[in-house]
Ligand binder design. Structure first.
Ligand code: MN
Length: 197
């Protein structure tokens, strides 16, 4: 799975995938706020809260598993956003190979999977994330996670996520969360998703 280590006790700000502002679906303005302001604030808060917590120098997934309150919320949001932004790109927009076989085994078809994933994202009440994860048996599951939660807290391996906090879509899609969710498939890089297995 995707994990991140601090460098000299500090979590660094991730860079967006190359040319992401030209990718469409998510506007350059949304990207600049979502990555440059929201994620930046989570990274800064995490780095402020870590000293003295007893969790310094652990990977982000270990911090998430061992923390509560503000530290948990900021660490969770850092990993959630890194996984969200990193999974987008200009290539590999259809699942292939192993991840495709797993989706067809567990959801009958890629189309069915997308429908269920979008539905779970659209019906998540309030702020949170819809996730595709692998469970301990190697099967794929879709979960709704509130606020900053990440499926790794429940022993799952997180693979793909759509952010349904309003800050992720409101500038581009206003209240049309379902339209935002269905549009995101156009920019998912499934090779990145499969690499998290
Ligand atoms: Mn967000």
């Amino acid at each position: 799975m995707r994990d991140i280590l601090p460098v000299n006790g500090v979590f660094e700000m991730m860079q967006l995938p190359a040319d992401m502002e030209h990718i469409g679906v998510i506007s350059a303005m949304t990207l600049s706020y979502h990555h440059g302001k929201h994620l930046k604030a989570y990274v800064d808060n995490l780095n402020k809260l870590l000293p003295g917590s007893g969790l310094e120098n652990l990977s982000i997934s270990e911090v998430i598993k061992k923390s509560t309150g503000a530290l948990f919320n900021n660490a969770g949001q850092v990993l959630n956003h890194v996984m969200y932004f990193e999974q987008f790109g200009h290539n590999n927009h259809e699942p292939q190979g192993k991840i495709k076989e797993m989706i067809e085994r567990d959801f009958l078809s890629v189309e069915n999977f997308k429908k269920e994933f979008e539905q779970k994202g659209a019906t998540l009440f309030g702020s949170g994330w819809v996730w595709l994860s692998a469970n301990a048996d190697g099967h794929l599951v879709i979960t709704q996670e509130a606020n900053a939660n990440n499926p790794l807290v429940n022993g799952l391996v997180p693979l793909l996520t759509f952010d349904v906090w309003e800050h992720a879509y409101y500038l581009d899609y206003q209240n049309r969360r379902a339209d935002y969710l269905s549009a995101l498939w156009q920019i998912v890089d499934w090779q990145v998703v499969e690499s998290r297995l």
